[in-house]
Design a protein around this ligand. Structure first.
Ligand code: FES
Ligand code: FES
Length: 177
C-alpha cells in the first residue's frame, strides 16, 4: 500500500520566467526538484543543511536556501536560478565582474553567491566592503578566497550607480532641450 509520504504531488512554479511543473514527494528538497525534475543544474548542493549557501536561489525575489525548502512549498512561487542571469551567451554584469576579478575557481559555490549578490545589489545600491563581507558570510568558498568576490561585487555596485547617474544626466539634458 502506498503511504502519504510516497505520494507525489504536482508542483507548478515559475522558473526564470517560464511556468514549469513536475511531481514531488512531500519530503523532496527544492534543490533536488530543481536539478533532477526541472533540469536547473546550475543550482549546486553542498552541505544539504543550510550552512554552505551553494544551493541559494531567489524565491519571490528573496535569496533562499533551496536545501532547506521543500519542493511542495515552492508551488505557485516565482523562482530565479543562476540560469536566469545570462542572456544566451552574454553574461550579465555580475558574472562578467566575477570573471574579470578571478572570483571563482571550481565554481561550486558561485551560483549561490551570484544569486545572493543579485538580491543584495538590488537592495544595497552603495554597499561598503564590510556590508559585502557580511552578506558573503552566508556562503562558503573552499578554493578562491573572498577578495576577488568582494571586489567584483563592489565594482558592479559602482558601475550600476554610475550608469544611473549617466542616465539621470541624459534625462536632464533631454528635458532642457
Ligand atoms: Fe544548501 Fe549547503 S546545500 S546551504
Ligand atoms: Fe571553489 Fe568557491 S570557487 S568553492
Amino acid at each position: 500500500m502506498q503511504s502519504k509520504a510516497d505520494t507525489r504531488y504536482r508542483v507548478t512554479l515559475t522558473l526564470n520566467g517560464r511556468e514549469r511543473s513536475g511531481y514531488a514527494e512531500p519530503r523532496m528538497q527544492l534543490c533536488d526538484f530543481l536539478r533532477h525534475d526541472l533540469g536547473a543544474t546550475g543550482t549546486h548542493v553542498g552541505c544539504e543543511h543550510g550552512v554552505c549557501g551553494a544551493c541559494t536561489v531567489l524565491v519571490n525575489g528573496r535569496a533562499s536556501r533551496s536545501c532547506l525548502m521543500l519542493a511542495v512549498q515552492a508551488d505557485g512561487k516565482q523562482l530565479e536560478t543562476v540560469e536566469s542571469l545570462a542572456a544566451g551567451d552574454e553574461l550579465n554584469d555580475l558574472q562578467k565582474a566575477f570573471r574579470k576579478h578571478h572570483a571563482l575557481q571550481c565554481g561550486f559555490c558561485t551560483s549561490g553567491i551570484l544569486m545572493s549578490s543579485m538580491e543584495f545589489l538590488a537592495k544595497s545600491t552603495s554597499p561598503t566592503e564590510p556590508e559585502v563581507r557580511e552578506m558573503l558570510s552566508g556562503h562558503l568558498c573552499r578554493c578562491t578566497g573572498y577578495t576577488g568576490i568582494v571586489n567584483a561585487i563592489l565594482e558592479v555596485a559602482e558601475e550600476r550607480n554610475s550608469g544611473i547617474s549617466r542616465q539621470t544626466d541624459i534625462n536632464k539634458e533631454n528635458n532642457n532641450v
